[in-house]
Design a protein around this ligand. Structure first.
Ligand code: NI
Length: 190
């Protein structure tokens, strides 16, 4: 099934996601469909709230950015109930975007070293120390599970400067070349 990406302004993106308690056939299919939706929209990560499901599930395939970030080569991760522990408090700013906020790209300060714990698709536990851009992708996606989006990390001034772009997303007036679902308040658009 082709899953639409839920746009900024949809309440599901502000909800705290529920933990996954067991792997089911339905969830295995959902994981496959999420990878497909991510590839179709040329993203490197997708969290379940972005396809309208408020559960702690994330898919990542960082390989497409490995030209710029060699550590990302071949890194494909299905994260169930992920938990991020910060290992080094120093923050670095780098540009980020989000499939739920098309047309917006802003520098976001994040730590570079984390310890990630998660369950894989067989509900087997893993722990790994992760650095660099992959650590950024993981933090961005795990934010979605807490009802956060990357622009929440911006200064008030930066947010003021992107207000027009945000309004176009909030009112369904943004061109997007993948299937999307706008907030329920947006009527009769797309
Ligand atoms: Ni995102």
């Amino acid at each position: 099934m082709k899953l639409p990406i839920y746009m900024y302004g949809h309440p599901v993106l502000r909800a705290t996601a529920e933990p996954v308690t067991e792997m089911t056939d339905e969830l295995r299919t959902l994981v496959k469909d999420m990878y497909q939706a991510m590839y179709d929209s040329e993203g490197v990560g997708l969290a379940a709230p972005q396809i309208g499901r408020s559960i702690k599930l994330v898919v990542i395939d960082a390989d497409p950015v490995s030209d710029t970030f060699p550590d990302c080569a071949g890194r494909k991760l299905t994260l169930i109930n992920p938990e991020v522990e910060i290992l080094d408090g120093d923050e670095v700013s780098r540009s980020e975007g989000c499939l739920s906020l098309p047309g917006i790209s802003e520098a976001v300060p994040r730590v570079e070293h984390i310890r990630l714990s998660w369950l894989d698709e067989d509900m087997k536990p893993h722990t790994e120390e992760i650095s660099g851009f992959l650590a950024r992708i993981v933090q961005h996606e795990c934010d979605h599970l807490q009802g956060k989006v990357f622009i929440d990390h911006l200064s008030g001034l930066r947010r003021q400067l992107i207000k027009g772009k945000l309004n176009r997303i909030l009112t369904g007036r943004v061109p997007v070349d993948y299937p999307v679902r706008f907030a329920p308040s947006v009527k009769g658009r797309r």
